[in-house]
Design a protein around this ligand. Structure first.
Ligand SMILES: [Zn+2]
Length: 334
């Protein structure tokens, strides 16, 4: 991304092993993230930045210290590299690893990427996947893992009513996660017919089209005036965060994973809400073994969030389609 709104495809040298703990992977597919739209829209600084942090692929080369993956393995990683051994990693918070680094260098919208801390970061699949599993495995790398963490952080589960703020790929996969975790009722907040349809396919039982205070009122109305037990916040704006807190009953949980942009929590409202807030950059690595198995066994099909596939040469069109909300999520073929 040369500048906001200016995406170009360039040729660069293949990355090489720098540290003995690095692996080089040849990507099988790549994709554009909703969070890539923040710099695209000028909300984040960007200048000549290699893009992409979601990846699946085949290990092409490993450093001398890499032990758990080998050349030829098909692997899935996540957007932060982690050692998976420090106390923070062991507690399941690999995105806050004391050795945390970007997950794919220089960027994963490319044919090749360097993955630091390969032993801790990468998880090999049981074998080479069938082609139709690739989109779902790619989704596990970020959007599925992030939606899953949001559902876990919101304590979605049996007997719970879960509200989902945000109908991007993460919100939709938060619906899928809540369903898998056994939620009784799942209320998706969306104004778009195609996204509502996918939310229902993933397990949503109710759709709320209102947003802001009206959205909160609607959730309260649907839950006997109490609010949801569990709310997933998958946008990151002031409105969406306040909508999530307002939609949650006292004692309930908000799992927030939308990258925060200028969110200011009013102390008094927070104090009197009585809700738990937990979130941040999702520790996708914690969930990868379980998610890969669910995909491998065809129990879940999160790859359905990819509704536009383009060759990477047309990445600029992919950004534009997501920016204009013509596409939920764009898969880039290599
Ligand atoms: Zn760690």
């Amino acid at each position: 991304m040369y500048a906001p709104g200016d995406v170009r495809v360039d040729h660069t040298d293949r990355p090489t092993v720098v540290e003995p703990t690095d692996a080089i992977i040849k990507l099988t597919a790549s994709c554009i993230c909703g969070s890539d739209l923040w710099p695209y829209r000028g909300a984040d600084q960007v200048e000549h930045q290699p893009m992409g942090h979601e990846y699946v692929g085949i290990v092409d080369e490993v450093g001398s210290g890499v032990q758990t993956v080998k050349v030829g393995d098909f692997v899935v990683g996540s957007f932060f590299a982690s050692d998976n051994t420090c106390e923070i990693c062991q507690a399941g918070y690999q995105t806050h690893c004391v050795h945390r680094q970007p997950g794919a260098l220089p960027g994963a919208q490319a044919d090749f990427a360097r993955i630091p801390l390969a032993d801790g970061t990468l998880v090999a699949t049981p074998g080479l996947p069938d082609d139709d599993l690739i989109p779902s495995l790619l989704a596990a790398s970020d959007v599925l893992g992030t939606g899953w963490f949001a559902a876990v952080a919101a304590e979605a589960g049996p007997g719970r009513t879960v509200a989902v703020v945000g109908d991007g790929a993460v919100g939709l996969l938060g619906v899928l996660a809540a369903k898998q975790l056994g939620a009784e009722r799942i209320i998706a907040m969306s104004r778009h017919a195609d996204r509502q349809a996918l939310a229902r396919k993933f397990g949503a039982t109710d759709i709320v089209t209102e947003r802001g205070d009206a959205g909160v009122a609607k959730i309260r109305e649907l839950t006997g005036g109490l609010g949801a037990h569990s709310t997933i916040e998958a946008v990151g704006t002031q409105e969406s965060m306040m909508q999530a807190i307002g939609a949650t009953r006292a004692g309930g949980h908000v799992g927030y994973v939308g990258v925060s942009h200028d969110v200011q929590l009013p102390g008094e409202q927070l104090f009197f809400s009585g809700v738990h807030l937990h979130g941040g950059p999702a520790p996708v690595r914690r969930f990868l073994p379980e998610l890969i198995q669910l995909i491998w066994d065809r129990e879940i099909d999160p790859g359905q969030v990819f509704d536009l596939t383009l060759p990477i040469e047309q990445a600029a069109e992919g950004y534009q389609a997501m920016d204009e909300r013509r596409a939920i999520k764009v898969l880039l073929t290599l």
